[in-house]
Write a protein that binds this ligand. Structure first.
Ligand code: ZN
Length: 606
């Protein structure tokens, strides 16, 4: 049977290459253009995936060679031919991240953006895929993907179909020795697969507990939006490694990367910090099934896969999602309110330690994600703000402000879902008030443009603490205790700070970042400087930290260092440490007014 577009994928494990055969039934009289996307939705950086195509050739259906010429960095033009043509190409796959493709004899993973050439003019046609079992693979491989199966064997190898190109590249595929879990949410089958460390055999991981906990987080999101988007099933695909963390959202699945230490072992029943992070990651990516995969910027409808797609709204898609990822764990009692407030304390600490918050707004951060947030260098803490971090703080403030009027951010999300999610029409962002601001105004029943000007377009600090007090939560600030102190808990802080982030290197100390208006900046020190002596003694990281713990404001440190290959010296006047480390505390019940206690109960369940 002839299909309009049909890809056949054969993994060649030892070469780390996918062999792809693309069959095009009717290429058209002018020839046809094929290209790979330059970026993958959800990760806002031009990555030029076509650079991993290592061979490409075309032929007619009777085997005669057909001319194919490269047009630019990621597209090719096929010579005109009256009849079906086949493009055969190989894709190098050796990236363990969730954004591209990977292949060895233990595991195969790919995003469609890495392997499926877009056939220009045929994007709206059904796109057929045949997955072949790999050569030279370990035994026991099976397939996990949310793509619709047409005819597959017991292990999932065989034929799949996507209704169009956008969907085709939004169903990543995981293959290997998979540990599979399943549960149901809103009558829809959900599956979690784990690959790596031989399917996690022998690690005594408490998989039933993971399924139960993740199911609860999923049910929270479905209840919030009122329905699951129209999907046949949902798949969490998790690559388990020694050390690693990340996730990428898709329309009916997510690709996750975590450490086996993040997963609970049999017999453990507390939620430790690492498992809390893993649950937060699952919760985050699942929330995206609504927020960004369907409620999405108008700038993404349709996606332009060849270049940057600009939007000021990433603060809403990533920030609101970042607020709900942890908050939903508290709401479902997977974590305690105290544990949740620790996470909020850490969030506020991250923002406070980022001088760039005073220079870039979250809307600017969103718009420039492609060249700033995703291309960070040593200046990043001083010049940019994260639309994840500040976006989550804004979402928290919005929720608290709305809750004071007996409303909530849930109402805004439901309205956005009704307006833009069902039909995937795209959230408009022109004429000053974008679709997110409009939904907030409509829910609040008032014009919040003053707040938007301050929070979304401004760079002044936001009065978060005032809002928290209205919910019986006290916000305290102290100095950092050491380099590993991420906030969230009370601790005895240091008296002084250098305003520099350093690490041990070559037996000495290397400066990684120098914060604006810090002692290090005033002394002329810069990122990359290799410190060799402190007060005429050879410096190690241990000595540096000991001196820091004993120093007093106004002490003068003599520093010898190399800048590149040039020996230099500096005098640094040690400054008082900033109050940049936050922890939150539930205020005692007996000091709370009844209305405050009620609001807090509605928000945190205490
Ligand atoms: Zn996200």
């Amino acid at each position: 049977m002839a299909h309009a577009i049909h890809y056949t994928i054969t993994p060649h494990c030892l070469q780390h290459e996918y062999l792809v055969e693309l069959y095009i039934d009717t290429p058209g009289p002018e020839g046809v253009c094929v290209s790979l996307p330059a970026w993958i939705p959800g990760s806002y950086l031009v990555r030029d995936f076509a650079k991993n195509i290592v061979e490409i050739a075309a032929q007619t259906s009777d085997g005669a060679p057909l001319a194919i010429s490269k047009r630019d960095k990621d597209s090719w033009l096929l010579a005109p031919h009256d009849g079906p043509v086949i493009v055969r190409y190989r894709v190098y796959a050796w990236d363990i991240s969730v954004r591209t493709a990977y292949l060895d004899e233990t595991r195969a993973f790919f995003n469609g953006t890495s392997v499926f050439l877009q056939v220009h003019g045929a994007e709206a046609c059904p796109q057929h895929v045949s997955l072949k079992a790999p050569q030279a693979a370990d035994d026991g491989w099976s397939v996990a993907t949310a793509m619709q199966a047409v005819e597959v064997d017991d292990d999932g190898f065989g034929d799949y179909v996507a209704p169009n190109y956008d969907e085709l590249i939004d169903h990543p595929v995981e293959m290997g020795r998979l540990h599979r879990l399943s549960f149901t949410v809103a009558d829809i089958p959900h599956e979690m697969v784990f690959v790596g460390h031989d399917g996690c055999e022998g690690l005594s991981i408490d998989f039933p507990r993971i399924a139960k906990d993740v199911q609860q987080a999923c049910e929270h999101h479905v209840a919030l939006f009122g329905e699951l988007p129209p999907i046949e099933r949902y798949v969490f695909m998790t690559m388990v490694v020694g050390e690693g963390y990340g996730g990428l959202e898709h329309r009916a699945s997510t690709a996750l990367l975590c450490s086996y230490e993040d997963l609970p072992r049999l017999g453990e029943d507390d939620v430790n910090e690492r498992y809390r992070n893993f649950l937060g990651l699952c919760s985050h990516e699942y929330f995206h099934t609504w927020n960004v995969k369907r409620i999405k910027p108008a700038a993404f409808t349709p996606f332009d896969y060849q270049r940057e797609n600009y939007t000021q709204l990433l603060w809403a898609f990533e920030g609101i999602t970042s607020y709900y990822d942890d908050y939903s764990l508290c709401r479902t009692q997977l974590i305690t309110p105290e544990s949740y407030l620790e996470l909020v304390g850490r969030l506020l600490t991250r923002l406070a330690r980022n001088p760039g918050r005073l220079r870039q707004s979250v809307c600017e951060s969103s718009f420039d994600a492609w060249t700033k947030f995703y291309k960070q260098d040593e200046s990043a803490p001083n010049v940019i703000v994260s639309y994840y971090v500040k976006g989550a703080v804004i979402a928290l403030m919005l929720d608290l402000k709305l809750r004071q009027a007996s409303l909530s951010l849930d109402d805004v999300m439901r309205l956005l879902w009704q307006r833009y999610g069902d039909e995937e029409t795209g959230v408009p962002e022109h004429n000053g008030v974008d679709g997110v601001q409009q939904a907030i105004n409509d829910v609040a029943g008032q014009d919040w443009s003053m707040f938007f000007a301050q929070a979304l377009h401004g760079t002044d600090d936001l009065p978060v603490a005032e809002h928290l007090v209205a919910f019986g939560v006290e916000c305290s600030w102290r100095t950092a205790a050491n380099d590993a102190d991420v906030g969230g808990k009370p601790a005895k802080g240091l008296a002084v700070a250098t305003g520099m982030r350093v690490r041990g290197h070559n037996g000495g100390v290397k400066i990684q970042q120098v914060l604006s208006n810090s002692a290090g900046e005033a002394a002329g020190l810069a990122a990359g400087d290799q410190l060799v002596a402190l007060n005429d003694a050879r410096v190690s990281l241990a000595l540096w930290n000991r001196q820091l713990a004993r120093a007093r404001v106004g002490d003068i440190w003599q520093i010898h260092y190399f800048r590149r290959d040039e020996l230099r010296s500096a005098s640094m006047v040690v400054q008082a440490a900033p109050l940049d480390t936050c922890h939150l505390r539930l205020m005692d019940d007996d000091v709370l007014e009844e209305s405050v206690a009620q609001r807090r109960h509605a928000w945190l369940g205490v």
